[in-house]
Write a protein that binds this ligand. Structure first.
Ligand SMILES: [Ca+2]
Ligand SMILES: [Ca+2]
Length: 182
């Protein structure tokens, strides 16, 4: 065994010093390297099981392994941040020695009323969401900042279509809601 190692080292040394490094030869020699422990056989590929048996490394495809991913099925990175709002990571399972497509990941999309924080900015149904309704501070108000397009009434934007929103009518005095333009 010692003789074999010396021979391999000699071949590598000659290849390196001669200035004509034969990469496939070096890789082939490494693949045949003798080992004692599994960790010596780690090929850096999470989709293979790396074992040392009778002094020889074996790197077999391991389809049981998987990793977290944040891409669509074509491999394109998704917008937003996994774990923020509706955005979440998916799973990429090993198949035949390499990772398959990312499945189950949800990326950022346009914000709309209902269904949580679609654009994953940490705010749910914020101002200007698709499907929003214009709410006013009071009837007939026309000054700048007097209205907002919201998914639901939010004080002080509580008047819709000239009348107080039913969800706010109980809590706010009608005379305030109908305050005339000054
Ligand atoms: Ca949002
Ligand atoms: Ca939403």
């Amino acid at each position: 065994m010692l003789t074999r190692r010396v021979l391999i080292l000699a071949i590598v040394a000659v290849a390196l010093t001669s200035g004509s490094v034969n990469v496939p030869l070096v890789e082939a020699l490494q693949a045949q390297k003798h080992c004692k422990f599994d960790r010596e056989c780690n090929d850096g590929n999470p989709c293979t099981a790396d074992t040392c048996s009778s002094g020889t490394c074996t790197n077999k495809p391991d389809d049981g392994a998987s990793q977290s991913c944040y891409r669509d099925g074509d491999g394109t990175p998704l917008g937003g941040t996994a774990g923020v709002g509706n955005c979440r990571a998916g799973t990429q399972r090993c198949s035949g020695g390499s990772f398959g497509p990312c499945t189950g990941a949800v990326g950022a999309s346009s914000e709309s009323c209902g269904n949580g924080d679609e654009n994953c900015n940490g705010q749910t149904d914020e101002e200007g969401s698709a499907g929003c309704t214009t709410f006013y501070k009071y009837k007939h108000c026309t000054e700048a900042g007097c209205s907002k397009c919201l998914c639901k009434a939010e004080y002080p934007y509580v008047v819709k279509g000239g009348v107080p929103d039913s969800s706010q009518a109980q809590a706010r005095p009608l005379d305030w809601l109908y305050r005339p333009v000054r």
